[in-house]
Design a protein around this ligand. Structure first.
Ligand code: UCC
Ligand code: FAD
Length: 589
């Protein structure tokens, strides 16, 4: 008798098919675009050292660093407020994986490498390229590092005015020694105002006889609450008990979170926030009840002084957003070769590959924007003042908010599209894919929302009396020149040029009130134009089919959003009323 057939489903058998998971391979070696940018710009004497470190690190981020991030997501931070005997302890419990990240960050020199300046003007570019590989595997440890980088930069700039604070802290923030390494927080947001910091800050600072201050206040969001130090804003109280309202009343303070004894510096952690994403990251509400702090700005110059930190943390946000896109596209690309539907692999379905290609264009545009901003920052830091760098400094001031606001929105869209590329699996928590979307959503909110950064673009223009736009125009024009010499790129270069004329022309016609309302479309237009110019310039340099195609496709979108919407009457007085009527139709206002 013939043997009875083996049924495919029986007892422990779950069927023969197991879907191959998406795999991560070396994130540097497979990133041809990143390599091409770095090899183009980094000085010949440094490029091989930089690339060999990134090659090694590109592998490491797929191994222990990524495994750490999974443990961080599984073992989220907890707050123990009282001990068993009723003593207030405010003990923040973080996972060993989170703590390991601090060691890794120091050993890898993730902060140090920018301040050692071993690679000259390319040291920042090297740092941010390394962060770009690190971020998607770092489970938000990039957040304390961003703030640490911002604090180091701020203290470096204030070194001559506050040498004592610099001596005390800068070396710790920039060391490679894990035992010595300190991280910093950035406490700006209070209950009444995260955007309107000047209107919302209630924290007050009382000067002591030794020149230090005691701070009292309530900080509504403080990320990476396990920081060793923080930079924070407070309103100094004069000898009559009075404070100055608004931005002129705010000063910047340096504060060590713990006293020498290890006790908290008169700070209580009232609550850990329960968040949509960034769950690995301890974000707390803090009561500051007489903490000792040191003023590190002139009185009333707090916002201007902390803006050095904002520049760094906003660039880091751009790195995080662009790196999240790169990771999502890499995973989706790999999966497309492993998953089959309708009799063939997904990467043989033209519609699926078209979807991936659109994501790839966004990821490359964001990457080149991030790298370019990092390169400009490095030039400022190392080359100092000069006619070229002065113009570049103005452009840098303009493009930092553009980078942050634009890439944040892109990353949410690409992460969302990316999840769909995995079908139902993209929605399943233990694939670690949904986390990518959750962790990108925050990038549009923290470090200034999209609207606030669009208004910051106007601030930068106003502060320069408009000259920044002339430098921006010159920079874009120069970037387009080589592309105009390449047949396949010429038309796209002309589109960018025309869009720039239309957008700058439309902006020049607007009243300050209209510009406020149009700030977002203005910012988006400038970002698209700048990214278009960078992609075209790079395609003209590399001439690879992928770079040419990417630049062409980027330039097919509406690059002159501001003038398009202005031509449709969106910024008229009537339009303001229409918006209110539309939004509050049937609702009291
Ligand atoms: O969210 C936060 C941390 C999250 C975790 C970090 C993660 C990083 C990435 C990690 C990746 C994994 S910390 C909170 C961040 N908060 C914000 O970003 C605040 C958003 N709001 C704004 O940016 C507002 O525009 C304000 C607060 C700057 C507005 O303040 P004021 O006082 O009303 O503004 P003023 O009066 O216009 O500016 C005061 C001075 C001026 O200088 P002077 O007096 O010389 O003219 C401005 O030019 O500050 C100067 N200033 C700036 N300078 C203002 N903003 C800037 C700037 N961005 N750059 C240079
Ligand atoms: P609001 O200012 O109330 O803004 C609400 C809405 O109004 C937004 O859409 C905004 O764009 C819009 N809006 C406000 N003003 C204008 C305007 N003039 N024109 C047009 N639109 C406007 N802060 C810290 O200081 N330190 C931290 O470590 C920190 N960590 C954070 C971690 C997480 C996970 C999150 C979510 C936030 C964190 N923040 C931190 C706070 C963050 O920086 C603020 O939430 C953010 O700046 C927005 O401020 P807000 O929440 O007060 O929003």
């Amino acid at each position: 008798a013939s043997p009875s057939p083996q049924p495919p489903f029986a007892h422990a058998k779950l069927g023969p098919f197991v879907q191959a998971r998406p795999e991560l391979s070396n994130q540097f070696s497979q990133d041809t675009f990143l390599q091409s940018y770095l090899r183009r710009y980094i000085g010949k004497e440094y490029v091989s050292d930089v690339c060999s470190d990134l090659e090694r690190f590109g592998q490491r981020v797929t191994e222990d660093i990524y495994q750490n991030s999974l443990r961080m997501e599984a073992e989220q931070p907890k707050l123990e407020q009282m001990d068993a005997w009723g003593k207030r302890v405010d003990r923040l419990i973080t996972s060993s994986a989170w703590q390991d990240m601090k060691t890794i960050a120091a050993e890898e020199g993730l902060i140090a490498c920018a301040y050692e300046r071993n690679f000259g003007e390319w040291s920042r570019l090297y740092q941010m390229a390394k962060m770009y590989l690190y971020e998607p595997s770092a489970g938000l440890y990039g957040c304390p590092l961003a703030m640490t980088n911002g604090a180091a930069k701020t203290l470096e700039l204030l070194q001559e005015d506050y040498p004592w604070i610099y001596e005390r802290s800068y070396g710790r923030l920039t060391t490679r020694d894990p035992q010595q390494f300190w991280t910093s927080g950035q406490w700006m947001t209070e209950k009444q105002g995260g955007s309107d910091v000047a209107g919302g800050t209630e924290t007050v600072a009382y000067e002591q006889t030794d020149g230090s201050y005691k701070l009292y206040g309530y900080k509504w969001f403080s990320s990476a609450t396990d920081a060793d130090v923080t930079l924070t804003l407070a309103r100094t109280v004069d000898k009559h008990g009075a404070t100055v309202k608004g931005t002129r009343g705010l000063s910047l303070f340096y504060l060590e979170v713990r006293e020498q004894s290890g006790e908290m510096n008169h700070i209580q952690m009232l609550k850990l926030k329960s968040k949509l994403g960034t769950r690995q990251l301890p974000t707390a509400e803090l009561l500051i009840d007489g903490a000792t702090a040191y003023r590190i700005s002139e009185e009333g110059r707090g916002v201007a002084s902390i803006s050095h930190m904002l520049t760094l943390t906003r660039i880091h946000t751009g790195v995080h957003s662009s790196a999240a896109m790169r990771r999502m596209v890499n995973l989706a690309r790999d999966y497309a070769t492993r998953r089959r539907a309708f009799g063939k692999s997904l990467h043989r379905h033209t519609l699926h590959v078209k979807t991936l290609a659109a994501m790839e264009v966004e990821a490359r545009a964001a990457a080149i924007f991030t790298l370019e901003v990092s390169r400009l920052l490095g030039r400022q830091e190392v080359l100092g003042a000069g006619p070229t760098t002065a113009a570049e400094a103005e452009v840098l001031r303009l493009v930092v908010p553009l980078l942050k606001l634009y890439t944040a929105k892109q990353s949410v869209a690409v992460a969302s599209e990316g999840l769909e590329c995995f079908g139902g699996q993209g929605y399943i928590e233990d694939t670690d894919l949904p986390r990518i979307l959750r962790d990108t959503q925050v990038t549009a909110i923290w470090e200034g929302t999209t609207n606030i950064l669009s208004l910051d673009v106007l601030r930068a223009i106003q502060k320069s009396s408009g000259s920044v736009l002339l430098h921006f125009r010159d920079e874009v024009t120069a970037r387009l020149l080589p592309a105009k010499e390449v047949g396949d790129l010429e038309q796209s270069a002309c589109r960018v040029e025309v869009a720039m004329g239309q957008v700058l022309g439309a902006a020049a016609q607007m009243s300050p009130d209209q510009l406020q309302m149009a700030a977002r479309q203005f910012a988006y237009s400038l970002a698209r134009i700048y990214m278009g110019a960078l992609l075209l310039d790079h395609a003209a340099y590399s001439k690879t089919a992928a770079d040419v195609c990417c630049a062409q496709r980027w330039c097919e979108q509406d690059l002159s959003l501001l003038s398009t919407t202005a031509n449709n009457g969106h910024f008229s007085h009537k339009s303001q009323e229409d918006n209110l009527d539309l939004v509050f139709d049937g609702y009291p206002h």
